[in-house]
Write a protein that binds this ligand. Structure first.
Ligand code: NAD
Ligand code: FES
Length: 294
């Protein structure tokens, strides 16, 4: 059992929990995720790790209750426990593979959209701890949905905040800030965008104009997070990948966004899953089960 040490509402729709999970905290790296299950009958929910404290053995998760299972997380209070908390899973962010020299040569831009602000934080914090100051753009639809402003400011080089409705700071979506920064003479040579799929697609279209290589996190298309269900299949360049085992981060310029978005919509219904299974055969990872037939 994995005890909840802290429960905090970050915005109208977003919650944070600190969970006691010493083994995960000892080994996890920025970019990785955990699978959380409330109880015996709960669904497995993949959530990107938002922060970790190796000494205290604590993992921070941030989630937006959308389905029944993640909404039921809210029934748990401080002192209660999750039945399962499995991880760390997925590949760490590619910043972890960079040499000190390479890190210093990079001019990093992180683009965080809505709930995607949570998984951006550990990467920017990791860079800060390694002496690298990254620029960060946080986009929220409105001021009340914004969170982590102070936390991010502590670790970011420059922080730009934008709201779609102009209720706080800059008015507009995140891509308008990218355009404005570049027009103002800012130079970037590595972008990481994490947020809703539509945002990641449009960030890639924007950064492509300026030849800024862009990494995205495909957590939104994951379902079981273990390579078995086939939900997170995507085409990257000319290869078939699975976000949960080959990612979650990929080169955003190589992703077939149209296919990915269509597939993700189809996967939501039984009829859609049956059609995917018919068209793709056993569409799970490694051809080891019947995930595509679900
Ligand atoms: P949202 O819809 O409120 O959008 C957040 C921001 O993204 C907006 O304020 C805007 O600045 C930007 N954006 C949205 N559409 C855009 C467009 N077409 N062009 C340019 N910018 C655009 O986001 P939300 O409701 O917080 O997002 C929820 C989604 O985020 C879920 O689908 C969830 O799966 C996903 N998510 C992704 C990750 C990840 O790892 N990629 C992590 C957590 C959540
Ligand atoms: Fe099920 Fe990746 S989330 S195969």
């Amino acid at each position: 059992m994995y005890k909840i040490l802290k429960k905090e509402q970050l915005s109208e729709v977003v919650w944070l929990m600190d969970v006691e999970a010493p083994l995960v905290a000892r080994h996890c790296q920025p970019g990785q995720f955990v699978i959380v299950k409330k109880d015996e009958i709960g669904e497995r929910i993949p959530l990107t790790i938002c922060d970790y404290d190796r000494e205290r053995g604590v993992i921070t998760i941030v989630f937006q209750p959308v389905g029944v299972s993640s909404t039921k997380f809210l029934e748990l209070e401080e002192g209660d426990s999750f039945q399962d908390f499995v991880g760390p899973l997925g590949r760490p962010s590619d910043i972890l593979d960079m040499s000190e020299e390479e890190l210093k040569s990079k001019k990093f831009l992180f683009v965080a959209g809505g709930v995607g602000t949570a998984p951006v934080y550990p990467q920017v914090k990791w860079l800060h701890e390694h002496g690298i100051a990254a620029d960060v753009i946080i986009g929220a639809r409105t001021k009340d949905l914004l969170f982590f402003e102070d936390k991010m400011r502590e670790v970011a080089g420059n922080l730009y905040i934008t709201t779609d409705d102009g209720s706080y700071m800059h008015k507009g979506v995140v891509t308008t800030v990218i355009d404005e920064n570049v027009a103002a003479g800012k130079e970037y040579n590595h972008c990481v965008a994490i947020g809703p799929m539509i945002m990641m697609k449009f960030v890639c279209l924007t950064t492509a104009k300026y030849n800024i290589p862009t990494i995205v996190s495909m957590n939104p298309i994951m379902v079981d997070g273990t390579g078995m269900c086939g939900a997170c299949r995507l085409t990257v360049g000319d290869e078939i990948k699975f976000a949960c085992v080959d990612g979650p981060e990929f080169d955003g310029f190589k992703i077939n966004w149209a296919e990915c978005m269509k597939r993700s919509q189809m996967y939501k219904t039984e009829e859609g899953r049956a059609m995917l299974a018919y068209k793709e055969g056993k569409s799970h990872h490694g051809d080891c089960g019947n995930g595509g037939d679900k």
